[in-house]
Structure formats: structure tokens, C-alpha cells
Design a protein around this ligand. Structure first.
Ligand code: TYD
Ligand code: MG
Length: 481
């Protein structure tokens, strides 16, 4: 059943029989994407047009009359993953798992199928990247650990041809299936190369059609580019039920799993893992670990943050050094660059600590990503400590709070949970926005927070940074490059 294809412009929707670099209709460049013409769809559209307004379908009904079928779920055997998914894998759903190469996507998906196979579910692992032998080697390592003890029982298909894979899916009727990765599959019906927008879309759409029809939960693995975009798979985000992002630094063992989209749960949750010899291990008490590892040297601050609904204590580290560059460096890891630019500007303007001519490096230790405004104060204190070369006071030892543009410290969500977490890990008082609750040392402004954190005053200045701060008094604080 060979199907015709057309090239559709993603800007204006014009259809062309052949590919052009520039759309002949709207003149946009590189917007034509190959698509299969769906005979069924065209016939359906024609019929609808012919019948016009007399077409009979399902009649609309009030929402309260709609049955609320409870969503069934399969536990993946990995608590952190289940939590991020909203309680487990949903039959017939499509999950897109993105992450840069080497982060552990294959390991995670192998473990999930290993657990499900061990629990008696039918599974299928489709590998377009690695040979069956390579996957077996990994499965051997993983099956030693309890969570994935069925790893060697998982049927594998090392294949990249979409039609062959669809046949296998129909024959095997797995309850859970992993496609590793969506960019390596190719439909013979389209002429594009594997990984091209047209192919990725076609592959996902046809797998989804079949998965929904037979109730298979599918995890599509997709690579992301260096700057973090789900490159090919970006075009899939609207199609799939759930988009998970696996992040972390390759050289470090910590990995973080986040939901960017979830039709069956919240997108606030994050799961933390550690890559070990025997596979990924859930990190259950991450706070304890990060607090124990915190150096408490100048430039180190403990932040009481929220990972979705869970409080987490992480160490924020900063380094401020005189710059040799015209445009000083602003390097962040685990934070938003623009957020750092903003905090540096506020610190210069309202905290009297300028960094205009200095390189500033800020890192959230452990490869964790902090994506909430409550991190501002920690970044400011870390940079202040690093810039002045003074360690922060012994107490309070942690902080949180958002900085406003006028230098005020603003209330952030769940102060009580953050404070409890700090208390539980013996950190005592926490510098926080006013009225955050018992256990907090309220500061209304950045200046007040600085006075609490650096009671001796920010006197000691390492060579060079003096020059930096003097320079700043004459210019507006530098933003991110
Ligand atoms: P992998 O899952 O292949 O990454 P991805 O599919 O995202 O490209 O694994 C990445 C790295 O993890 C690999 O370099 C080896 C390492 N690893 C371990 O440290 N322990 C293990 O048990 C396994 C299976 C892999
Ligand atoms: Mg892989």
C-alpha cells in the first residue's frame, strides 16, 4: 500500500509535489516538509463536505454526563519515574523521552521494560541505534539489580524500517514498547532521511495510531541538541501525551527527569537518579547528600528550593574573577542565564556589589536544574560571598526568595515546606522573605539579607575585584552576553 507524498509548507500550508528550498507560495526558506497523503482522511473530508450541516455524529453532551473512567496505570518499577509520569505508564499512551546522547535514556528504558517483563507484562524493545548484542550487554549489567531483573526476558527488535516495526507491534501486541530512538526510524513511503522532520512526524503518527488501537504504552526515545531543544522530536510535542526530559552532566553521576508536558499528571514533578555501575539508582534523599557535600567556602550557599511538590536543598556555588575580556563572561549551569543577569543587576544596584568587569560563574551543584524564582537570593548571596571573598555566616545557613527589581525580597511558594526541609537537615534558621513562617529569618530587602548573611560586613576584597566594583559604579550593570 504505497502512499503518495506531498511537501507541505509549515508557514503557509501550501502543498507542492516536489521539494523546494523556498516555498513558491509564501517565499519562506526551508519550510517544506514531506508528508504522506492519507487516503482515508481525504475521503472522510470529502464525505463531510458533501453531507454538509446534516452530518450526524456524536451529539455534544454536558461534561457531568461524561463517565470518568479511572486511568489504569502500569508501574514502571522505578518510583521516581512513576511519580514524574503521574502514577505510572498509561496503556495506549505515547511518552516522549528526550535527552542528550549518553545521559542514560537507553538505560532507563531498558530498566522499565526489564521490570515490566519481570512482572509478567508483554514488552518489546525496538532498537534502531544499537545492535541486539549491544543491548544484551547492557541488559546483563542491569539484570543484576533487583528493579530490572527481567531485563534479559525483553524481546528485542534491532530494526529501523517503520513498516517492519509496525508489523512486529501487531504480532507481538506488547503492553509496553520502547522505540530507541525515533530519529533512527524511517518509513519507506517517504523519501526523506531518518530524523528529518517529515520522517519523525510520520514515524510517531503511525506508531501512535497503532498503539492507541491496541492499548500499547509506547516510550519514544528522542535525542536533543546541545542547546537543549528536542530537535527532531520538538515537532512531536503536540502529538504525544507526555514529554519527559532527562538532564544532567555526563561527567557527573546525577540525572534529573522532568515532565515538560503531561496529559495524565502534573508537570511539576522531577525525579532524581544517580548513574552507577548497575544502572540508574533513585536518589531518595537528595537534600541530605547535597547538604553534606556543600563546601561552605566563600561563594557557597545552600538554597531551599522546590522541585515540583518536593522541597530540595541544593548548594549554589559562585566564582567571581577579574575578567580579561571586553565582555566579561557570565557562565551558568543549572540556572537560567537571564535570571543570573537580572540578579547581578539587582546586586549591583541595590546590594552595592558590582560585578561589571568580572567574570561570573554560577553552578547548581550536582547537575540539578533550578527553575523557580525562589533561587534569586541564593544566587545573589553566592555571588556576593565570592566577589568579596567572605564565607557566609554559620547561621542562618540556607536561604530562598525572589528578588524584585527594586531590591525587595519577594514571597515565593511553599515557604513552610522549604523551612521544614532545612530544619530536618539541621540547617536551623533560613533567610527568607518576611512572613515565611517559623524557622525563617525574615529579610525585606536584599540589603537586609546581605547584612544577615555577612554580619562582619563585606570588607575583604580580593585583588582585582576592587577594580571591578569601582568600574561598576560608573556604568550600568552588564547583562548576560
Ligand atoms: P545510555 O543509556 O546508553 O545513554 P543514552 O541512551 O541516553 O545515549 O548510557 C549512558 C552511559 O551510562 C554510558 O556511557 C554508560 C553509562 N552506564 C553506567 O554507568 N552504568 C550502567 O549500568 C549502564 C547501563 C550505563
Ligand atoms: Mg541510547
Amino acid at each position: 500500500m504505497s502512499r503518495k507524498t506531498v511537501h507541505v509548507c509549515s508557514e503557509c500550508g501550501a502543498q507542492e509535489a516536489k521539494w523546494h528550498g523556498q516555498c513558491p507560495t509564501c517565499n519562506a526558506w526551508n519550510t517544506l516538509v514531506e508528508e504522506a497523503v492519507r487516503q482515508e482522511a481525504t475521503a472522510g473530508t470529502r464525505r463531510l463536505r458533501a453531507v454538509g450541516s446534516t452530518a450526524r455524529g456524536q451529539a455534544p453532551r454536558p461534561l457531568r454526563d461524561v463517565g470518568s473512567a479511572p486511568v489504569e496505570r502500569m508501574s514502571s518499577g522505578i518510583g521516581e519515574l512513576d511519580r514524574v509520569l503521574g502514577g505510572g505508564l498509561v496503556p495506549g499512551s505515547l511518552v516522549l523521552l528526550g535527552g542528550s546522547p549518553g545521559i542514560g535514556k537507553s538505560t532507563l528504558t531498558n530498566m522499565v521494560l526489564g521490570h515490566l517483563a519481570g512482572a509478567g507484562h508483554r514488552t518489546l524493545y525496538v532498537s534502531g541505534e544499537e545492535s541486539a548484542e549491544q543491548v544484551r550487554l547492557r541488559a546483563e549489567r542491569l539484570s543484576a539489580g533487583a528493579p530490572a531483573r527481567g531485563a534479559l526476558d525483553v524481546p528485542i527488535l534491532a530494526e529501523t524500517d517503520l513498516e517492519t516495526i509496525l508489523h512486529a507491534l501487531e504480532d507481538e501486541r506488547p503492553e509496553a514498547c520502547v522505540i530507541d530512538s525515533v530519529q533512527t526510524l524511517r518509513s519507506a513511503e517517504l523519501s526523506g532521511a531518518p530524523g528529518s522532520v517529515g520522517q519523525v512526524r510520520e514515524v510517531a503518527a503511525r506508531i501512535m495510531e497503532l498503539a492507541k488501537a491496541q492499548g500499547t504504552a509506547v516510550i519514544l526515545v528522542g535525542h536533543v541538541t546541545k542547546d537543549g531543544a528536542l530537535a527532531g522530536p520538538r515537532v512531536l510535542e503536540h502529538l504525544v501525551d507526555c514529554v519527559l526530559q532527562f538532564e544532567g552532566e555526563r561527567e557527573r553521576p546525577y540525572r534529573e527527569l522532568r515532565a515538560l508536558k503531561n496529559r495524565f499528571g502534573s508537570t511539576n514533578e522531577a525525579g532524581l537518579f544517580e548513574m552507577r555501575q548497575g544502572g540508574l539508582v533513585e536518589v531518595l534523599d537528595a537534600s541530605a547528600r547535597f547538604v553534606a557535600e556543600a563546601t561552605r567556602a566563600p561563594g557557597s550557599v545552600v538554597l531551599a528550593t522546590m522541585e515540583g511538590s518536593r522541597p530540595l536543598l541544593v548548594e549554589v556555588q559562585a566564582l567571581v574573577a577579574p575578567s580579561e575580556l571586553e565582555q566579561p563572561r557570565r557562565v551558568v549551569s543549572g540556572l537560567d542565564r537571564n535570571r543570573l543577569a537580572l540578579v547581578l543587576a539587582i546586586l549591583g544596584r541595590h546590594g552595592g556589589i558590582g560585578t561589571g568587569a568580572a567574570d561570573v560563574f554560577v553552578n547548581v551543584v550536582g547537575g540539578v536544574r533550578v527553575d523557580e524564582p525562589g533561587c534569586d537570593l541564593a544566587v545573589a548571596l553566592a555571588v556576593a560571598g565570592a566577589s568579596r571573598g567572605v564565607a557566609l555566616a554559620d547561621s542562618p545557613r540556607a536561604c530562598f526568595g525572589e528578588l524584585g527589581l527594586t531590591g525587595e525580597l519577594r514571597w515565593v511558594g511553599h515557604p513552610e515546606r522549604r523551612l521544614e526541609e532545612a530544619e530536618r537537615h539541621g540547617l536551623g534558621e533560613v533567610i527568607a522573605p518576611p512572613d515565611s513562617g517559623p524557622g525563617s529569618r525574615g529579610a525585606a530587602t536584599l540589603r537586609e539579607a546581605l547584612a544577615i548573611a555577612m554580619p562582619g560586613g563585606p570588607q575583604r576584597r580580593p585583588e582585582g575585584v576592587v577594580r571591578a566594583s569601582r568600574a561598576l559604579s560608573e556604568e550600568a550593570p552588564a547583562g548576560a552576553r
